[in-house]
Design a protein around this ligand. Structure first.
Ligand code: DSN
Length: 405
């Protein structure tokens, strides 16, 4: 049988159209500016540059050395970090690899790590049973209280009982402020290292819309694509005393040649983030408005609201599982992912969906649009059906607010 010919360019054009005609509320997704995209597809992708600036294992690295050093400078600058106190590695291929590099650098096999539980908003790479990291290190999870805030009292008890070598703060599905100061103080009590994973909050932190961990933490990890207008990748910030161990863990410990096109594009994204600080204020306003509107329309919000870009919507409280709600919303062109909450027993039976406002805000949407979208979401979830009017609302908004090119 003749194989159907598939063109990647055609598929990419189809994907572009799909993105244009859907409203992306996936809290970890965003759009990258054209200048960042151009660097991703640039000749920098041709270059091998194993090692670090000035210490490469290949010739011809003079220019990519400048690229990497400039991206490092921009990363420190975005968070107002002194290069005397902090260093940054911009080579990690992803957030999961970056977290693994921290474990490889600072832990011995079998060491204990305290990390947020997956069902309480933590990430797979925070020692979930499904993650390779949990086979090497001994992860203990901490959770949240009845108000859906981190239970710092229970965390302290766990810290004193287990005396971990590392404590992780930060999360993927936790809409509230994290008390990085408190977590660092707990770490100090037992001589543990504090890793803050700010992948979801980085841009908000840079614009002072969310607490910063930099005064307190020892190591800070962030991905670059969620809120920093970069391509998919990650950065590892470290206090200087951890520099040698972290650098060695990233390369040659876990990775080979750095992706220089990605590093250049990260640098470009960081500059864009610095120039668009007001964007983050609107991200917060949109998330707050969405939470308020849904709640007023009878759809409960986990924890009563949000203090970030994301909202956990308790769909099970109105009779619909999170996966069912995800499917229903997709029928009208709204993308939001199913999410477990702390009381859920299985990811197959999630009680919530997570809505994030980075992407819709990047399209220029504001509170007025959140009101219209919240109305469509609430009616569909309550009735279990998507109306022609809902579909039209989404299509109209998509056309009115194109994705910037
Ligand atoms: N999977 C991402 C998220 O959706 O939050 C985090 O890596």
């Amino acid at each position: 049988m003749a194989q159907k010919k598939v063109s990647m360019h055609i598929l990419c054009a189809q994907e572009e159209k799909r993105q244009e005609m859907t409203l992306d509320f996936i809290a970890s997704e965003n759009y990258i500016p054209a200048s960042v995209r151009r660097l991703m597809g640039s000749v920098l992708a041709h270059k091998y540059a194993e090692g670090y600036p000035g210490r490469r294992y290949y010739p011809g690295c003079g220019i990519v050395d400048e690229v990497e050093q400039e991206t490092q400078r921009r990363a420190l600058d975005l968070f107002l970090l002194s290069a005397r106190v902090w260093g940054v590695n911009v080579q990690p291929y992803s957030g999961s690899i970056a977290n693994l590099a921290v474990y490889a650098a600072l832990l011995k096999p079998g060491d204990t790590v305290l990390a947020p539980a997956l069902a309480a908003g933590g990430h797979l790479s925070h020692g979930s049973k499904a993650s390779f990291s949990s086979k090497i290190f001994s992860f203990i999870s901490y959770g949240i209280d009845d108000a859906y805030r981190i239970d710092y009292h229970a965390l302290r008890r766990l810290v004193l009982e287990h005396r971990p070598r590392l404590i992780i703060s930060g999360a993927s599905a936790y809409p509230f402020r994290i008390d990085f100061k408190k977590i660092s103080a707990l770490a100090k009590e037992v001589g543990a290292i504090h890793l803050a994973d700010i992948s979801h909050y980085a841009g908000l932190i840079s614009a002072k819309q969310y607490p910063s961990p930099f005064v307190y933490a020892d190591v800070v990890m962030s991905t670059t694509h969620k809120s920093l207008f970069g391509p998919r990748g990650a950065m590892l910030f470290f206090r200087k005393q951890y520099e040698a161990a972290i650098q060695k863990a990233v390369f040659p410990g876990l990775q080979g040649g750095p992706h220089m096109h990605t590093i250049a594009a990260i640098g470009e994204g960081l500059l864009y983030a610095k120039k668009h600080r007001s964007y983050y204020k609107q991200v917060m306003r949109n998330a707050t408005r969405m939470a308020q509107q849904l709640s007023q329309k009878g759809i409960p919000i986990i924890g009563g609201g949000t203090q970030s870009h994301q909202v956990l919507v308790h769909t099970a409280a109105v009779g619909m599982r999170g996966d069912e709600a995800q499917e229903l919303l997709e029928q009208m062109g709204i993308l939001a992912n199913r999410n477990m909450i702390a009381s859920d027993m299985s990811p197959q039976n999630p009680s919530a969906i997570r809505l994030g406002t980075y992407a819709v805000t990047a399209r220029g949407m504001k509170e007025r649009e959140m009101d219209r979208i919240a109305e469509s979401i609430a009616t569909s979830i309550r009735t279990g059906v998507v109306s022609a009017g809902n579909i039209k609302t989404v299509a109209t908004l998509c056309k009115k607010f194109p994705i910037h090119k």
